[in-house]
Design a protein around this ligand. Structure first.
Ligand code: ADE
Length: 239
């Protein structure tokens, strides 16, 4: 999987993508993340990337040309490096909300290109010219698309082969199975007067599995009734 991030803050994105699990996966060659500076593609002396909105209104709008040229260059480079044409995704508050299903779909691809807007938005014409889709990470507005792109990159990368030590690493996780995850405990056995549930110390694998499923179901039912309904509907259909 190759991920390219187009941004005004490549150092910020790069720093995140070189730490911890994702950083290790890059070092081991399972994924490749490249961050690109939009400003490098400006054609004016001041390297200006934004301008006033036509029709008035507050704030500045990111201009189409530098983003367009930057993306075309990356698409070219990715293909020359033997990758498929990247799926081009603009991070916008008005996009479709990110779900684990979408992450699974993106993790099957060979190459994705995430474009981060800033200021009050991006000239619509470059979105129309390039975007395969727009993704939002939730119903709130960020000052820029960088945090959103990092969320997408992180949640997609962890589903790619070799990134986590074993598939169970994500198959048990919240959202993957349609349930929230069961509670987890580590040493010590008693902390702050609170004891680890006995069943987890029993060594009885079938009972542990059963307890974890019950916990996951109860949690989902009380915290996310919308998810629980989908889970029950699916369970009944596959019976
Ligand atoms: N840019 C601004 N807000 C955003 C959001 N919620 N998701 C993705 N990109 C954004």
């Amino acid at each position: 999987m190759r991920i390219d991030i187009v941004t005004l803050f490549p150092e910020v994105c790069d720093a995140m993508m070189h730490e911890s699990i994702i950083g290790r996966a890059q070092k081991n060659g399972y994924i490749e993340v490249n961050c690109h500076q939009i400003r490098d593609y400006t054609t004016n002396k001041q390297k200006q990337v934004d301008d006033y909105p036509y029709g008035g209104g507050h704030g500045m709008i990111m201009q189409a040309q530098p983003i367009y040229d930057c993306c075309l260059d990356i698409i070219d480079k990715a293909q020359n490096a033997g990758h498929a044409r990247p799926r081009v995704i603009f991070m916008t508050a008005g996009g479709a909300t990110l779900t684990e299903e979408k992450c699974k779909e993106l993790a099957q691809l060979d190459s994705i290109l995430l474009v981060c807007g800033h200021y009050e938005g991006v000239d619509e014409r470059v979105i129309e010219a390039l975007a395969d889709e727009e993704i939002s990470i939730g119903d709130y507005v960020l000052t820029g698309g960088e945090l959103a792109a990092l969320v997408v990159a992180d949640s997609v990368c962890r589903l790619c082969d070799g990134v986590l030590s074993s598939p169970e690493g994500y198959e048990d996780e919240s959202y993957y199975t349609g349930l929230l995850e069961y509670p987890q405990y580590s040493r010590p056995e008693i902390w702050n007067d609170a004891k680890v549930p006995d069943v987890l110390l029993s060594g009885h694998h079938a009972n542990i599995k059963k307890w974890r499923l019950e916990q996951a179901e109860n949690r989902t039912k009380s915290r996310r009734p919308d998810m629980y309904k989908l889970y029950i509907d699916k369970k009944q259909k596959t019976k």
